[in-house]
Design a protein around this ligand. Structure first.
Ligand SMILES: NC(=O)c1ccc[n+]([C@@H]2O[C@H](COP(=O)([O-])OP(=O)(O)OC[C@H]3O[C@@H](n4cnc5c(N)ncnc54)[C@H](OP(=O)(O)O)[C@@H]3O)[C@@H](O)[C@H]2O)c1
Length: 353
């Protein structure tokens, strides 16, 4: 193992973001170190930089999603060994608030947020999974008391498989990374009507994942609400707004049945929410926090099987040449909404080429 590695570091609140040499981490108890073969970019990365959100402590390595090979195993680790191909999610250390990101060549990961990946999935595809899947699954299925969740029975467990036949789910932003995972989980949950909004060039992709109806995201809000009502015979019992701008939230709220569940991904105020007749849950898509541990364990242990069988398909990965040097330009594309139905991925070891 080398002593030093390359990493994309946010030096202080609001920047600068620099590519620099830092120490290779060492695995503590219950942790592994992985050689990062691929890491994916998320809108959260540029928001951490521009808006100063989530993070309390600087400097930090940016990046929320990685796939690689375990190269060091800490004390007490069970179920994972040297050489395993795994995914992990960037994580927050509850002891000191330090964020551990994935835009680096070697990343530290607690076993609470890693899963093995089967041989039919490439590292680049695998890197698209952790944050999108976590943010899709946790606010729909987490059973922990007091946690924001629709508390559906987990789609991948026997008790929840096909459980919601006859019901409708409406997913705003089906082509987003999160939206694609929500569609697939909804299919496993058995929802009869899986209605989503997207640019229509993404229709075949989303129907392939399980959407039953794809509505043009450019339609007026009242038209979208009316179409959901016509398709499902009334408002949807579950709505997931994977975009959560004021416009989409207005549509999402109106399309939710009274007493139904509306999941949102941002802290944007929901127009209409003051009437207080629908349950609104704000997603917190992070596996490594204590209130999410139980659901994370259940999902991450089942994930290799779901990926191998094709029940869960990764997002399409667009690989950016140049390794970690490509991160800044990639984040600009996300900032400017220039990515459709894909996840931007870099290979950290290409940085040295
Ligand atoms: N709360 C949490 O824990 C949490 C965690 C992760 C992410 N997030 C947030 O969740 C949001 C989505 O993240 P992501 O990574 O899934 O995004 P993403 O993949 O980068 O989203 C891009 C997609 O958004 C779709 N889109 C944009 N505006 C839309 C609209 N008005 N209606 C329908 N679709 C629209 C586009 O669809 P088309 O190509 O079809 O036009 C595009 O494909 C971001 O704001 C992110 O910061 C929150």
């Amino acid at each position: 193992m080398p002593q030093q590695q390359k990493a994309v570091v946010l030096e202080a609140k609001f920047g600068p973001v620099v590519l620099k040499e830092i120490d290779v981490p060492k695995a503590g108890a219950g942790q592994v170190v992985l050689r990062v073969e691929a890491t994916a970019l998320n809108p959260g990365d540029w928001k951490v930089v521009d808006q100063g959100i989530i993070v309390q402590k600087y400097p930090l390595v940016l990046g929320f999603d990685a796939a690689g090979v375990i190269v060091e195993v800490g004390e007490g680790v069970e179920g994972f060994s040297l050489g395993d191909r795994v995914i992990t999610q960037g994580w927050l250390e509850s002891m000191d608030g330090q964020v551990h990101g994935t835009f680096q060549q070697y990343a530290l990961a607690p076993t609470t947020c890693i899963a093995k990946i089967p041989s039919n999935i490439s590292f680049e595809e695998a890197a698209t999974i952790p944050s999108g899947l976590a943010t899709a699954a946790l606010p729909l299925y987490n059973q922990t008391d007091g946690v924001a969740s629709a508390k559906l029975l987990p789609a991948w467990e026997e008790s929840g498989r096909g459980k919601y036949a006859g019901k409708a789910i409406f997913i705003l932003g089906g082509a987003s990374s999160i939206g694609q995972y929500v569609i697939q989980l909804a299919r496993m949950s058995g929802f009869t009507f899986i209605i989503t909004t997207a640019s229509l060039h993404n229709t075949d992709l989303l129907k392939g994942l399980g959407a039953t109806h794809v509505l043009d995201r450019k339609l007026l809000s009242e038209t979208l609400v009316q179409q959901v009502n016509e398709i499902a015979g009334g408002p949807a019992s579950v709505v997931y707004d994977a975009i959560s701008t004021t416009d989409t939230l207005s549509t999402a709220y109106q399309a939710t049945a009274p007493g139904g569940d509306l999941v949102v991904v941002l802290h944007t105020p929901v127009p209409g929410a003051e009437e207080n007749v629908k349950k609104i849950h704000i997603a917190f898509g992070v596996f490594h926090i204590p209130t999410n541990f139980a659901l994370a364990k259940s999902l991450l242990s089942k994930l290799p099987e779901l990926l191998e069988s094709g029940e869960i398909k990764p997002n399409r990965a667009e690989i950016l040449p140049g390794g970690l040097r490509a991160v800044t330009a990639g984040l600009d594309r996300l900032r400017n909404n220039q990515v459709s139905a894909a996840k931007l991925v870099v290979r950290p070891f290409e940085t040295d080429a």
